[in-house]
Design a protein around this ligand. Structure first.
Ligand code: ADP
Ligand code: MG
Length: 571
């Protein structure tokens, strides 16, 4: 495009390399806004329990069926820089709080759509950005105001929150079973914070967080077959491995477990060494010596009192033989991450050098057993006492069902973690969004200048959540929104939302549609950030070489570059 500009004196200045593309001012803004809106259109129909699913087909023909916003956007290959930013919104929300990805993309899209209206009416983007920032700050305050503190010991309530995140998934019918497992797993691995940590937290955001939940300590395994009802919580770890030697026991009760990080083999030297053997006796001696060393390894394990060993490295055939002779169950080449989890679950210490192995390093489990699931063999280490790492074994009719069930379990685990760590919730079904929208509209009149218009648009954008929920459920959007506003003006306002299962406007707390406060906060924060970032761009410069698109330069960025290259003027 126009890569030749002229100075005040009319001398043409070549700023960009030939072939570069530049897209400026309103045109660039329109283009970016449109791209971002398109992305939000893609996921819009997925929102909520009545949302549709997407079938994603990869280049090699793999099929994924999901309605998880983050998963959809991760799989599709977008090229437009503004569209990529929308994908980033979903990713950041997914990382931070694990749920609310679709909502955040829809909100960002809606914020941009409303901004476009204002831009067309000659409101400057910076004014809109200011208005949006102010509105978002006020919205977060309002959210905090309506949030309800919950008791983290109330398992029923935690299950309702986990279930809400699953209502919108393929597995919604099985959510009672799955939510129970999810809540038990999250509670099991939660750890109380030390006072020191807690103080630091209080310092930072003025609220209290007493528990810490590290989801790395929950191993989620999946295996197609059976039904979702066969999904199990194992108080211990399940390894996708078999017992290493046919002669070993396949079942050990009251297991005393040794976790060994080193190989149970004779180490090969780094340098190539040569052993010259001249006589047959020497050969015999050499082999015997080797045999003795290997046997002594087994003796050490036996002396320590272990009847199960899990080894991160290999186990020599001869060691396997001796282990089986003394009735020890062994698994080799366990993953490093699994070794840590095993240590957390069984209380065993990870031993790097076999010589250090002592009785006190051993962990315990009620049962270690090799079991066949479908065609594969797995080793279950279960019945651990107060394990700080557990396994969820997800089952389901087909591979696609288990895949989606696993994603839903992930979302449910995340919301449970969110609430355990910050025990505050708000009503779902668009209730909190609609309430905040109304409050913002009122508040906007206190703002002077055109930023007021932006605050109103922000409120309208928030309405897109209940609106989309209603639309996806086949409810009349206008009637529903009118009903919602009317009902919110009376009664317990911020709980009234769109109940899409019964197709009415109702109290969402009574319907048990409950969401963590942090999820709602993150949706607003991330969506506003992305929308404002896109609005600030007024110049998109793409390098000429394909495959290396430059990132969109912030407004005014090109001016500096132009100044620097002024000397390159052409005659
Ligand atoms: P996200 O990726 O944003 O979490 P979902 O497809 O999971 O998107 O939909 C979440 C939305 O669905 C939330 O606003 C939540 O309050 C709403 N929701 C969940 N269950 C219900 C229900 N029974 N009735 C109405 N809305 C619901
Ligand atoms: Mg969700």
């Amino acid at each position: 495009m126009a890569s030749i500009q002229t100075t005040a004196g009319g001398v043409p200045v070549l700023i960009l390399k030939e072939g570069s593309k530049e897209n400026k001012g309103k045109e660039a803004q329109k283009n970016n806004i449109n791209a971002a809106k398109l992305i939000s259109e893609v996921v819009k129909s997925c929102l909520g329990p009545r949302g549709m699913d997407k079938m994603l087909v990869s280049a090699i023909g793999d099929v994924t069926i999901t309605n998880d916003g983050a998963t959809i956007l991760k799989e599709i290959d977008v090229e437009h820089p503004a569209a990529k930013m929308m994908v980033e919104v979903a990713k950041s929300v997914d990382n931070e709080v694990g749920d609310g990805t679709t909502s955040s993309v829809i909100l960002a899209g809606s914020l941009l759509e409303k901004a476009e209206d204002l831009i067309n009416k000659h409101v400057h983007p910076s004014v809109i950005v200011d208005g949006y920032d102010a509105a978002s700050e006020q919205a977060l305050k309002l959210l905090q105001k309506i949030a309800v503190k919950v008791d983290v010991k109330n398992k029923e309530l935690l299950m309702k929150i986990a279930m809400t995140s699953m209502y919108s998934k393929l597995v919604s019918e099985d959510s009672p079973v799955l939510s129970k497992i999810v809540v038990e797993a999250a509670k099991q691995v939660s750890e109380e914070k030390s006072e020191q940590e807690e103080k630091e937290q209080q310092h930072k955001n003025g609220d209290y967080r007493l528990l810490k939940v590290d989801l790395d300590n929950i191993k989620v395994e999946k295996k197609a077959g059976g039904s979702i009802h066969d999904t199990q919580l194992i108080k211990g770890i399940v390894l996708d491995k078999e017992v290493v030697h046919a002669g070993m026991p396949k079942r050990v009760e009251n297991a005393k477990i040794a976790l060994i990080n080193s190989a149970l083999e004779i180490e090969k030297t780094e340098m190539s060494a040569e052993i010259r053997i001249n006589e047959p006796q020497q050969m015999q001696m050499f082999l015997e010596e080797e045999n003795k060393m290997l046997k002594s390894m087994v003796d050490k394990i036996k002396t320590a009192g272990a009847n199960v060993i899990i080894c991160q490295k290999g186990i020599d055939d001869i060691v396997q033989h001796y282990l089986s002779k003394v009735g020890i169950l062994a698994v080799r080449r366990a993953k490093e991450s699994d070794m840590y989890k095993l240590s957390k679950a069984t209380g065993a210490k990870l031993v790097n050098n076999l010589d250090d192995l002592m009785e006190k390093d051993l962990g315990s489990a009620d049962l270690v057993e090799e079991r066949k699931i479908e065609t594969d063999k797995w080793v279950f280490i279960e019945g651990c006492k107060n394990p700080k790492a557990v396994t969820i074994m997800v089952r389901g009719g087909s591979q696609r069902v288990v895949d989606e069930a696993e994603r839903s379990v992930h979302d449910a685990l995340m919301v449970t973690k969110d609430v355990l760590e910050k025990p505050q919730i708000v009503a779902g079904g668009g209730a909190s969004e609609a309430y905040i929208a109304n409050e913002l509209r009122e508040w906007s009149s206190s703002i002077e200048g055109r930023a007021q218009l932006a605050v109103r648009r922000f409120a309208d954008a928030l309405d897109s959540i209940p609106l989309t929920l209603a639309e996806n459920a086949g409810m009349d959007p206008i009637d529903t929104m009118a009903g919602l506003r009317a009902k919110q003006s009376k009664g317990p306002k911020w709980n009234i939302g769109v109940d899409v299962r019964n197709l009415v406007v109702a109290d969402m707390f009574k319907q048990n549609v409950l969401e963590p406060l942090v999820v709602k906060e993150q949706i607003i924060k991330s969506a506003t950030e992305a929308a404002c970032m896109i609005l600030r761009v007024d110049d998109v410069i793409a390098a000429s070489k394909s495959g290396t698109p430059s990132s969109p330069a912030p407004g005014g960025g090109y001016g500096g570059a132009g100044g620097g290259m002024g000397g390159m003027g052409m005659e």
